[in-house]
Design a protein around this ligand. Structure first.
Ligand code: SF4
Length: 329
């Protein structure tokens, strides 16, 4: 007996990093044991802010599926699929767009911020698709009648809008959809190797697909306490990026590490080596699964086709109900 149904998605926007994994995917791997889960690679969403060059989309979808499966998402237990393989998302998006006041979309706090931010980067996203992003997200969720949505705090306004759209639909036509409620995920936030937010645009990321040797190399480059210049200087772990990682990947030894750092009984080189081995060990299963899957790209494709069929079965049923409710059957 599961607690309910979850829908969640990620845009295939390039190589996944460890911060993305800890921020969402690690949580999904846990949730799959408690909920009936629909996990979607939302390729149409990727177009809302990056529509000009679509040449890398197939490769990115494949990479994302590899990331998810190697992280431990079970394709039998969960419905894992690509959004654009289920055309019902587009139909429901269109129908919802007819009844959603423009002002609801314009007042989403992240809309103007992101518009400005991406505008500075030279992207013209003053488009209908970008404004309608939360509308498409709502269609994604309710197409599967998902009642629980794992979100970070920053996504709460989007979900609140989805709930408003659901209420409007249910009142105008028929009460078909449950109001999706948030499940706030409290994931560890990993900084990049220079201590700033982990981001590909800063070049400070640790790739999720990094091999053990690549992982060790990235950890060697991590910023430590800037005031600890010599081995004999007393350190402050609270300002050290390496220590932040110890707390996540080496929790049982982290107090000991902090004390050794403060007393200068451990050097930064050894401290990094210790972290590297802990991380290599804790990510070992993921690496093994990834190597296996990389040898068999046909298997990844099969999984996505299978997931698409399962998603379409549920989506088609919902759309029958929607068309009936709207006298479009
Ligand atoms: Fe950071 Fe470890 Fe060096 Fe202390 S000993 S400054 S925690 S790397």
């Amino acid at each position: 007996m599961t607690k309910g149904r979850i829908f969640s998605g990620m845009q295939p926007s390039g190589k996944f990093h460890l911060g993305n994994y800890m921020g969402a995917l690690e949580n999904w791997v846990k949730l799959q044991h408690e909920y009936e889960c629909f996990f979607s690679i939302v390729d149409w969403h990727a177009l809302t802010s990056s529509y000009e060059d679509t040449s890398k989309i197939p490769e990115r979808i494949h990479e994302m599926a590899l990331d998810w499966l190697s992280a431990g998402l079970d394709p039998e237990r969960n419905v894992i699929f690509v959004q654009s393989h289920v055309k019902e998302h587009a139909e429901l998006h269109l129908l919802l767009s007819m009844m959603t006041p423009l002002s609801w979309l314009e007042r989403v706090p992240t809309y103007k911020d992101k518009l400005q931010q991406l505008g500075i980067q030279g992207k013209d996203i003053n488009t209908y698709g970008f404004l309608g992003y939360p509308e498409l997200m709502t269609a994604d969720i309710i197409l599967y009648k998902a009642d629980t949505i794992p979100v970070g705090e920053d996504q709460l306004p989007h979900l609140e809008l989805s709930r408003e759209i659901v209420r409007r639909f249910n009142n105008l036509y028929q009460p078909i959809f449950p109001e999706p409620k948030p499940s706030l995920s409290k994931s560890a936030i990993l900084p990049g190797i220079d201590g700033r937010k982990m981001s590909k645009s800063y070049g400070n990321e640790i790739p999720f697909a990094a091999s053990p040797d690549e992982l060790r190399a990235r950890i060697r480059l991590m910023i430590t306490d800037p005031n600890r210049v010599k081995r004999t200087d007393l350190g402050n772990p609270d300002v050290c990026t390496v220590y932040t990682f110890h707390k996540t990947f080496n929790a049982e030894q982290s107090n000991e590490i902090a004390q050794s750092c403060r007393q200068a009984t451990i050097g930064c080189v050894d401290c990094k080596k210790c972290l590297a081995e802990k991380m290599v060990n804790s990510l070992a299963d993921i690496h093994v699964r990834r190597q296996e899957l990389e040898k068999n790209p046909g298997r990844v494709k099969e999984i996505l086709v299978f997931g698409g069929e399962r998603a379409r079965t549920v989506a088609a049923k919902t759309m029958d109900e929607v068309r009936q409710a709207m006298n479009l059957a």
